[in-house]
Design a protein around this ligand. Structure first.
Ligand SMILES: NC(=O)C1=CN([C@@H]2O[C@H](COP(=O)(O)OP(=O)(O)OC[C@H]3O[C@@H](n4cnc5c(N)ncnc54)[C@H](OP(=O)(O)O)[C@@H]3O)[C@@H](O)[C@H]2O)C=CC1
Ligand SMILES: CC(C)(CO)C(=O)C(=O)O
Length: 301
């Protein structure tokens, strides 16, 4: 496998914009955001501002196809199917595919749909907000990547080599599948609680009731995941609490941003996944069920 040179990111929102512009700073025109023609025209006509600085980046659509070495998909769940179509003309047999989406489904969806190497990943610990062409963040967070099977070794090493070369904020996980479940537990807690209360990270850390609901949701999620053999420790729950306490207290998770913008949320990736696992295992999941109901109500308004 050749060293990674050409990179695409699909989705120029909070996560894609953050990771994409970090990569662009280091590799310039070998980087581009991939999007459909409508978005390309819209993005090219309007300013893109990252942390207050007007930023120029390259946009490509499927009509501009050329072979690339790495694709990061960073749309919401609702844009994922379109993103999978859009990347097809850019793929060669060893193009590495990475999903930055939350939840545990998108990597498997990619693995089923493509013969190219898929490296599991988690986007975490950032406090990015994206609205109307403007991206702000105080913490870049990191992309956690992991090798699930030995057959992924070459692709994983190529990715590590690239991230080292460009000093990208990444972490190599020893158990990426476990870590994805642990992140799912965090998202069930922080994203859903902030979404129903339109709350910031600061609100959840300082309001005892919201904080209790955040922790209770994580604990219930942990108990449901235990039925699948996933063992999440109290220390992991505490370290997620610490991670949230370190974010900008005025920022909020992606799902709360969706609620404020009147967009469909990713609740199916979070509470619905846990409710389905609980149902199959014959265990209760009242907190996730309550949160699911409230978020679906909000989506109807
Ligand atoms: N926000 C965060 O801090 C974190 C988010 N995540 C996860 O990362 C994923 C992305 O979230 P986030 O960045 O917040 O989402 P955003 O809504 O901020 O960004 C998604 C972007 O995808 C773009 N998009 C949608 N469909 C397409 C398409 N077909 N082609 C090109 N672009 C497309 C949208 O464009 P447009 O705006 O033009 O419609 C939008 O800007 C989610 O799964 C989320 O749960 C994970 C960790 C942290
Ligand atoms: C961890 C957190 C809450 C922010 O980095 C996230 O995953 C999200 O906003 O979806």
């Amino acid at each position: 496998m050749d060293a990674i040179q050409k990179v695409l990111v699909v989705g120029r929102g909070a996560v894609g914009g953050l990771f994409g512009t970090l990569i662009e700073e280091k590799i310039g025109d070998r980087f581009a955001f991939l999007c459909d023609e409508d978005r390309k025209a819209r993005y090219q006509q309007n300013d893109y501002v990252v942390n207050g600085v007007k930023t120029t980046v390259r946009y490509v659509s499927p009509a501009d196809a050329y072979p690339v070495d790495l694709v990061l998909i960073a749309t919401k769940a609702s844009g994922f199917a379109d993103a999978m179509e859009q990347i097809k003309p850019f793929l060669k047999p060893d193009t590495i595919l990475v999903s930055c989406l939350n939840g545990i489904e998108s990597d498997e969806t990619l693995m089923r749909a493509f013969s190219q190497p898929v490296i599991r990943a988690i986007s975490q610990k950032m406090d990015a907000r994206y609205h109307d062409g403007e991206l702000t963040y105080s913490s870049t967070g990191e992309l956690v990547i992991g090798m699930e099977q030995k057959s992924q070794k070459e692709a994983f090493e190529a990715l590590v080599d690239f991230f080292e070369r460009i000093r990208f904020p990444y972490v190599a996980s020893n158990d990426i599948v476990h870590d994805q479940y642990s992140k799912l537990m965090l998202n069930c807690g922080i994203n859903q609680v902030c979404a129903i209360h339109r709350a910031t990270y600061g609100n959840v850390m300082w309001d005892p009731e919201l904080h209790r609901l955040f922790v209770d949701t994580m604990k219930e999620t942990r108990d449901v995941l235990a039925t699948q053999g996933v063992r999440i420790s109290d220390a992991e729950i505490e370290s997620w609490e610490d991670a949230i306490a370190r974010l900008d207290p005025d920022s909020m998770p992606s799902m709360a941003q969706d609620v404020l913008a009147g967009r469909k949320t990713e609740v199916d990736l979070f509470a619905k996944t846990i409710m389905d696992i609980a149902k199959k295992a014959g265990v209760p999941a009242p907190v996730n069920t309550m949160l699911y109901g409230k978020i679906k109500e909000i989506e109807k308004r």
